[in-house]
Design a protein around this ligand. Structure first.
Ligand code: PEP
Length: 274
């Protein structure tokens, strides 16, 4: 399985000029890497960035001839298309702007926008109806981690997927291609604190088994780790076979660190294919 490394730019960068500078940096390094690609480093991971909606069309246009994909960070829960929902952006609108994927259920959306089970069920349904694939984010808070509730919390969050499949069983056949789960312990996001690789590995195994239990899937679901991944710790996460890639916040805002993380996962893929 080719790894995924996805940059969540959140509400960054501040200006179009800075977005273009980051893209210049990313594209020149990715192009140089492509040219220098040797037999030994042939396996590359999937790369994707999720800018804010205001920058989505620009980012899509600039990435059009590159290996990088473009994702939205969210879609409206109210309508997959149009309606009187001031401030919202629909799945159809972000797809039209060039997104092929969307993040959903990021802990910052759950925390600051009170996203509930039903809200996320609507968002997933709207995204899939508009042919967007989904990176579904889950994870426990520090308090829940301290109380050993990680699996319980994750099971509750994953039940949205189960309910979606009950509503739309036709999605099941393509689920492993259209859904990625990002396990992001809330306490690890933007804090510099990380769980051990063994802990992440055990949790990913649980997630894979749980999602497989919802649907008779041909392949196992891709599960990424997110939370303070950086150029220094990426290699240790990449070495574990249960960790299929990374969702990266802060370190995705610099081409250097983002591509160093991508290199760590590409290298691990190459080694496991030897
Ligand atoms: C995130 O917000 O999805 C994230 C993983 O952030 P960071 O890498 O900054 O912890």
């Amino acid at each position: 399985m080719q790894a995924w490394v996805i940059g969540n730019w959140k509400q960054n960068p501040a200006t179009s000029q800075e977005v273009n500078a980051l893209l210049d940096d990313l594209l020149s390094r990715v192009d140089a890497g492509e040219r220098a690609k040797t037999q030994a480093s042939k396996t590359q991971c999937h790369l994707m960035v999720a800018p804010s909606n205001i920058h989505l069309a620009t980012v899509h246009t600039r990435l059009a001839n590159s290996a990088l994909l473009c994702a939205a960070q969210d879609v409206s829960a109210h309508s997959e298309s149009t309606g009187a929902y001031t401030g919202d952006c629909s799945a159809q609108q972000v797809a039209d702007a060039g997104a092929t994927w969307t993040l959903l259920g990021h802990s910052e959306r759950r925390q600051y926008h009170n996203e509930s089970h039903n809200c996320l069920l609507n968002k997933l349904s709207h995204a899939f109806s508009q042919n967007l694939s989904v990176v579904f984010c889950i994870g426990e808070t520090q308090e829940q981690y301290d109380n050993n509730q990680t699996f319980e919390i994750i099971d509750t969050q994953l039940s949205v997927i189960k309910d979606l499949l009950a509503q739309q069983p036709d999605i099941t056949a393509s689920l492993s291609e259209r859904l990625i789960i990002a396990y992001e312990p809330v306490w690890a996001i933007g804090t510099g604190k990380v769980p051990t690789v063994a802990e992440v590995s055990k949790t990913h195994q649980h997630i894979k088994q749980t999602v497989a239990g919802f649907a008779d899937m041909a392949d196992t679901v891709t599960v990424l780790y997110g939370g303070s991944v950086n150029a220094d710790n990426a290699e240790s996460f990449a070495a574990d076979t249960m960790i299929d890639g990374a969702l990266v916040g802060g370190a995705s805002l610099k081409a250097d660190s983002f591509l160093a993380i991508a290199d760590a996962f590409s290298q691990a893929d190459t080694e496991s294919n030897k």
